[in-house]
Design a protein around this ligand. Structure first.
Ligand SMILES: O=C(O)Cc1cc(O)ccc1O
Ligand SMILES: [Fe+2]
Length: 466
């Protein structure tokens, strides 16, 4: 189905949705009724009240008690998922500009079968889910399907950016296929299971080879919305109709080939820690549902960029796909911003991203291709973090390239998709990101060494000799 935040309804069996009421004494086909609330009951409609009604074979509550879960990640060590950014034992605060080479995908030949849950590692974040304030940024690197288990998160919403390999995501709402150059959002409390598929549809946008990798932005308080367009008008950027919502698909336990010894496992992230509970049935037994609290996916090629048409470099906020607002006017808990293929017909303008210091944190990743501000080692599957008020900008090669290019209209970002998670929070990095992953580039600062110094007080009309 198409749309953003609509009231959707879907049934996998004709007549499974009760008509004209939510909680009849007997739902059709003997189904049980369960509500999932994504906002407080009392949130005004105009402020985005969200809930969904499920009509399912069994209520989710039929499970054994939760126990602590220790993930089987590639180093065999403790969980690498951190979401309490007040725990100094897990963190290493670093003000430097940071850049990581592509995060390592575990190899089955090393005897490591790592699924989406075990493959998640936290790079940085702020705040703490218990107080509903903050964000976390994770990377997932995995090589196996989730078998007989589902993941769900009490702490926040996941915005998932696949970089390598397509994801087939089973949810309580139905299936979603999410390929590199697409994103999806799975909101707080929704249960899902990730399988990975080779993605023949867009080979050039996804590196070949075993395993899958991607980025996750988790927001602890609030939900994502499409930003207002102001003077841009009623259309453009991410258009609501391009968001896609799954249709109902249910799995009766007797048809579920996934269960291990008749048991299904629910892994729940709760207050920054992982817990596991067993149950005797698949959690994907929703026969029909209706509501406005759903997972959704979006193809980044549908983004309709608006930009400068005359002079000066516009701020990257014009490329915001989704925003999670804070209570501070115009200041996001987190924005998801992309740098899509486009033209920059700007007269007498320094076209690459400018040098700057920002009060916001800027975490960047690259799905494929090359980012316009970094001609060097910022590569697909890697990342960078530029923290509040820490200087950064185009690297030496991008500056030199700008000096010598001709003045014509240029195509920017062809065959590439870079993105940014921009947040009002100062992000603390995890020990894993600084030491454990062994991908931190200790020479990153050198990309700004030897930027040509051309100051000449006698030459106001300066033009370089090229
Ligand atoms: O730092 C970056 O590369 C992101 C960025 C891009 C841009 O076009 C302007 C500002 C900005 O922070
Ligand atoms: Fe920046």
């Amino acid at each position: 189905m198409h749309g953003f935040g609509n009231e959707f309804e879907s049934e996998a069996l004709e007549g499974a949705l009760p008509i004209g009421r939510n909680t009849p004494r007997f739902a059709p086909y003997g189904l049980h009724i369960e509500q999932l609330n994504g906002t407080a009951f009392t949130v005004p409609r105009s402020a985005g009240n969200r809930r969904t009604w499920f009509y399912r074979i069994r209520p989710s509550v039929m499970h054994l008690p939760f126990e602590k879960y220790v993930s089987k990640n590639s180093s065999g060590g403790p969980n690498r998922l951190v979401t309490n950014f007040n725990d100094p034992n897990q963190l290493e605060v670093v003000p430097n500009q940071l850049r990581w080479s592509p995060f390592k995908i575990p190899e089955k030949s090393d005897g490591l079968e790592i699924d989406f849950v075990d493959g998640m590692s936290t790079i940085c974040g702020a705040g703490d889910p218990a107080s509903g304030a903050g964000i976390a940024i994770h990377i997932y690197c995995a090589n196996s399907d989730m078998k007989g288990r589902a993941f769900t998160n009490s702490d926040g919403d996941y915005l998932i950016v696949p970089q390598k390999g397509a994801l087939r995501i089973q949810t309580e709402f139905g299936y979603m296929l999410v390929q590199p150059n697409e994103i999806c959002v799975i909101q707080r409390g929704m249960r899902f299971r990730v399988e990975y598929v080779e993605n023949p549809e867009n080979k050039e946008k996804s590196q070949q080879g075993e395993g899958f990798r991607g980025y996750i932005l988790e927001v602890f308080g609030g939900h994502f919305e499409i930003p207002d367009l102001g003077p841009i008008g009623a259309n453009g950027l991410a258009n609501p109709r391009d968001f896609k919502i799954p249709t109902a698909h249910y799995e009766d336990s007797k048809d579920c080939k996934d269960m291990v010894d008749g048991q299904y496992e629910i892994i729940q992230k709760f207050s920054g820690e992982l817990f596991s509970a067993k149950q005797s049935f698949s959690p994907f037994d929703v026969v029909a549902w209706h509501g406005n609290y759903t997972p959704y996916k979006y193809n980044l090629t549908n983004f309709c960029p608006v930009g400068g048409t005359s002079f000066d470099h516009m701020d990257p906020s014009i490329f915001t796909v989704l925003t999670c607002k804070s209570h501070k006017i115009g200041t996001a808990v987190a924005d998801f911003v992309i740098f899509p293929p486009r033209y920059t017909p700007l007269d007498n303008t320094f076209r690459p991203p400018y040098f700057h210091r920002n009060c916001m944190s800027e975490f960047m990743g690259l799905v494929y291709g090359e980012y316009e501000a970094k001609k060097g080692d910022f590569v697909p599957g890697g990342a960078s973090l530029h923290s509040p008020m820490i200087p950064h900008g185009p690297d030496k090669n991008a500056v030199n390239h700008e000096v010598s290019r001709d003045e014509s209209v240029v195509r920017v970002g062809d065959n590439t998709m870079a993105f940014m998670f921009e947040s009002m929070y100062t992000l603390k990095t995890t020990k894993w990101a600084i030491h454990g992953c062994e991908k931190l580039d200790h020479d990153y600062y050198k990309v700004w060494e030897n930027i040509p110094i051309r100051f000449d007080p006698k030459n106001r009309d300066f033009k370089p000799n090229v």
